[in-house]
Design a protein around this ligand. Sequence first.
Ligand SMILES: [Zn+2]
Ligand SMILES: [Zn+2]
Length: 350
Amino acid sequence: MELVVVRPQGLYCPPGDFYIDPWRPVERAVLTHAHGDHARPGSTKYLATTYAEPVLRKRLGDASFDLVAYASPIDMHGVKVSLHPAGHILGSAQVRIEYRGEVWAVSGDYKLEADSTCAPFEPVRCHTFVTESTFGLPIYRWTPQRQVFDEINAWWQANAAQRRPSVLYGYALGKAQRLLAGVDAAIGPILCHGAVELVNAAYRLAGVTLPHTARVGEIPAVQYPRALIVAPPSAQSTTWLRRFPGLSDGFASGWMRLRGARRRRGVDRGFVLSDHADWPGLLQAVSQTGAARIIVTHGYSNVVARWLQQHGLRASTFDTEFGDEETGAPAAADDAESAARMPEAALIAQ
Ligand SMILES: [Zn+2]
Ligand SMILES: [Zn+2]
């Protein structure tokens, strides 16, 4: 029995009569996390994790929510539904669906690396695993994050010594908070763009520990040359930056793994840090589920499905309308395109 199918409104569970991260308004939506391509407004009722609530409220307003803790099953028309940590951002979940002895899991977005701003990824044993594939090419292998944070700290320290403000771009929900939690706050003051500071407040409300941050104007401008300024990628071409003369800028994203990505983005430094699984991470997650059947969604779904088929699994793809929050601004679309042209070569290199 198919426990998840694609309908025009989104991924649908026929026996449970609910959708997962629907891209159009529906009666009953189960949400994996609060990124805009997964949590869309207009549905009648949402189910999500308690930890995601503060950020979901910011996006969906006073929509009607059922909130559950991780691994707390609820019954939907005889289907047992529970949410399990995906390690992607605060409150992110995989959806486990059990019906008449059959178990499916839908990953949403996930990563396997540790992240002190959210619960760690937990593999869900299942018969069928529906997985994302944002970075599903063998070229995507993340540098250990400690090393990435060392690079960021060294860059900030060097800038501060030369009295140059350090502007670090990262997606406002999730990436920015992971950056804040990982940098060495002893180097200097930390300023955040308003969009980031809003999410910081939601994270703190949920009990996540972040270093002290200030908005522009809350600290004297004479301190800016020693400051780390965390901003969303969309701030890159705005006048908001004029208050930081002489700045050095960096961009934190998985796409920075690609040759030329930093240059196309037009920043001084690229830091390879992603909230999605890399290629080994995807394969590890798939194998830990024990699933014999894999359905691949958004990303390099055909490449991943083909690789899994070649390795003896039953694999297919779902066409979804999920995107990629790491892209941030138009420049990275080029990166995604150039990567799309290289899958065959990348597989051969493997
Ligand atoms: Zn996401
Ligand atoms: Zn996504």
